[in-house]
Write a protein that binds this ligand. Structure first.
Ligand code: GDP
Ligand code: MG
Length: 294
């Protein structure tokens, strides 16, 4: 039997649970999970290795109408992902059936001759009879190959989804070696973890206009230590003040929980140095965006 492989995009509105699903499938923290929408800005690739097959996942930012340059680059990367993959997984959540119509691409769903699954996430949140109207509406309007209710959080239905995906893989190369679970660099992963902690600690206080750049990431083998220096970019002095907090308390908490996760992720002790910098209007300036890695 020949080796099976395929690229799979997970597409859906912000906060629907794409990163949670990806993390569950890979049992590895490659994409950040946050209670705030739209924290995944870059395309993250995760690789699921099975017996005789390989699934390459892409986690995309939500596709929806936007204005700023930052949002535009997110939408573009999501749409680009769409053309490069073999299988599409469209994700909505229970109780929010309207989201399906708000996704920009649903109009062209029929023209895409690719297997396309609808996943209804967060079924742990309410009675399952809420599902029936969503399934009926989706079935009437779009031609999904299958509609799969799941809970990315509890894992309910995720095994079934993987089986369904596996059945659509085609004979193809093993794109990545088995020891590889993501193509993202260590610096990128470190920045994602720090960013996640910023969102976690500040919740609604901080706008989306913050970016994290890992300046140095250095192994010091004799001390079994990873030394990481990162800059947190914000747009105004008041945002800088919020991140630093009274007497430096906020940045200390962010640093502490980030360091914990980084140590778990990399399996060594981590020394973390965080600095906050003000860069005016970066989220609206395409050049600044490129410099900051978007
Ligand atoms: P993304 O923006 O689509 O990547 O969404 P995330 O994966 O970051 O998840 C957003 C929020 O939804 C987080 O607080 C998750 O814990 C939560 N979430 C994700 N999947 C589920 C689920 O199956 N059930 C419940 N109750 N919450 C979920
Ligand atoms: Mg995400």
């Amino acid at each position: 039997m020949s080796f099976l492989s395929g690229f799979i995009a997970i597409i859906g509105p912000p906060n629907v649970g794409k990163s949670t699903l990806l993390n569950r499938v890979l049992a590895l923290k490659v994409a950040i999970v946050s209670p705030k929408p739209q924290t995944t800005r870059n395309r993250i690739i995760g690789i699921y290795h099975g017996d005789g097959f390989q699934m390459v996942f892409m986690d995309t930012p939500g596709i929806h109408k936007t204005r700023t340059a930052l949002h535009k680059s997110m939408v573009e990367s999501a749409l680009a992902a769409f053309h490069e993959v073999d299988i599409l997984v469209v994700m909505i959540e229970m109780g929010r059936a309207d989201d399906l119509e708000n996704l920009l691409f649903t109009g062209s769903l029929k023209e895409i001759r690719k297997p396309c699954f609808l996943v209804i996430n967060k079924i742990d949140k309410g009675p399952k009879d809420q599902l029936l109207p969503i399934i009926a509406a989706a079935d009437r309007k779009y031609s999904f190959d299958a509609i799969l209710p799941i809970s990315a959080l509890t894992g309910d239905g995720v095994g079934g989804l993987l089986e369904e995906l596996k059945s659509r893989l085609k004979p193809g190369p093993q794109f990545f070696p088995t020891e590889m679970t993501t193509d993202q660099s260590e610096s990128f992963l470190a920045a994602e973890i720090i960013r996640e902690k910023i969102y976690f600690h500040l919740r609604n206080e901080l706008p989306y206009s913050s970016a994290v750049i890992v300046e140095t990431l250095e192994e010091i083998p004799e001390k079994n230590l990873l030394s990481i220096a990162a800059w947190i970019y914000v747009e105004t002095n008041s945002q800088k003040g919020i991140i630093i907090g009274k007497g430096g308390r906020m940045i200390k908490s962010i640093g502490k929980s980030a360091r914990k996760d980084l140590e778990k992720r990399f399996g060594v002790h981590v020394y973390l140095d965080l600095e906050v910098k003000v860069e005016k209007n970066w989220s609206k300036d395409p050049r600044a965006l490129r410099r900051l890695g978007y």
